[in-house]
Design a protein around this ligand. Structure first.
Ligand code: KG4
Length: 334
């Protein structure tokens, strides 16, 4: 089966072709650099840019792989959560192609895709497991009991972890959105240079707005030399990850399981991977993650979950444009 995946939930235009026999045939992401000029994503501009890029990417996907669109068996697209206008572009394109080529379309929840895509690259990963989704818009601890049966243990009460990384990087003068640059300079920093407040230690949920504001003021009042920036980055990273690790351990103990899966953009962070690998080894547990280019938003995860849903006949041929910008994983509650 050949599945075309379309992901346009935010500011990345993503297209992939997933072959259930031979794996990923095509995966490309067009990142909308334009938003850098505004220090944040402008939803209207994001939607317009998706509209400009999506057919170019789909044409490229077909031409560089299977040559003929008629070979595609189904189209999977992200219906939410995300930005309304951006989601609409992907949904409209998916539904239109589904109608023209008379093939099924599959509506995929972006968060469920983040939850399940690690299974594509870790064949020994099986249910149940604890999943930590850490991205620019989400911070969630989810118990993944089996396919379609998920329980949210904790979520972000305010800013997502990736948002905190992006803003701290911006205030450090590293650019925007550049969460990944924090980990680059933190390698040269010393963690004990600052004693930062530990954000929200209660329960399984997360809160990063407090440490974000603390960092804004600290950076404003600190010297601007390179070593100070490295120390600030290292202290911020270590403090945030300490809380994340603590909550993961608490959740694993609560569930009496020992398999942890991390996904979402921030899971690409090497410092976090090393810290979590270390504690999971100490517990005789297992840590799973995906390739770095699958951690951030991508269409492989949409096509992959689409293929699972197609197998379960969770597809349709109706062409009603359907998006749900506010959908959570709670509709899958156990
Ligand atoms: O999954 P993703 O593409 O989702 C959203 O856009 O929600 O994740 C993007 C986020 C950004 O906030 C980015 O700064 C962060 O992931 N990120 C990182 C790293 N690489 C990407 N944060 C910390 N360390 C990294 N190495």
């Amino acid at each position: 089966m050949l599945i075309l995946g379309i992901e346009t939930s935010c500011d990345d235009t993503c297209v992939a072709i997933y072959d259930t026999k031979n794996g990923v045939l095509f995966n490309e992401i067009y990142n909308q650099e334009l938003h850098k000029n505004y220090g944040g994503i402008v939803p209207e501009l994001a939607a317009r840019l998706h509209e400009k890029k999506i057919f170019f990417l789909i044409n490229k996907a077909i031409k560089s792989t299977i040559k003929d669109f008629n070979k595609i068996n189904a189209i999977a697209y992200t219906y939410g959560p995300g930005l309304f206008g951006s989601l609409l572009v992907g949904a409209t394109v998916a539904k239109t192609l589904s109608y023209i080529y008379d093939i099924p379309n599959i509506e995929v929840n972006h968060l469920e895709a983040h939850l399940l895509v690690p299974m594509l690259y870790n064949k020994d990963l099986n249910f149940p497991f604890l999943s930590l989704i850490i991205s620019g818009k989400n911070t969630q601890l989810v118990f993944v009991k089996k396919l379609g049966k998920y329980k949210i243990l904790g979520c972000c009460l305010d800013d997502a972890i990736g948002e905190a990384f992006d803003k701290v990087a911006f205030w450090l003068g590293l650019g925007y959105p550049c969460g990944s640059k924090i980990s680059k300079i933190s390698k040269n920093g010393f963690s004990d240079s600052y004693n930062l407040p530990k954000p929200y230690l209660k329960g399984f949920s997360f809160s990063f707005s407090g440490i974000k504001t603390f960092m804004k003021n600290l950076i404003k009042n600190s010297p601007k030399d390179y070593q100070t920036k490295c120390n600030l980055a290292k202290s911020f990273e270590d403090t945030v990850f300490e809380v994340v690790m603590l909550k993961c351990i608490k959740a694993l103990d609560f569930l009496s399981i020992n398999k942890l899966v991390i996904s979402g953009g921030v899971s690409a962070n090497l410092n976090l991977r090393n810290k979590l690998s270390f504690i999971m080894k100490k517990r005789n547990g297992r840590l799973f993650f995906t390739k770095k280019n699958i951690c951030t938003d991508n269409a492989i995860m949409i096509a992959y979950v689409g293929s699972i849903k197609l197998k379960k006949s969770e597809n349709n041929s109706n062409i009603n444009i359907f998006v749900d910008p506010k959908i959570t994983l709670s509709n899958f509650y156990i």
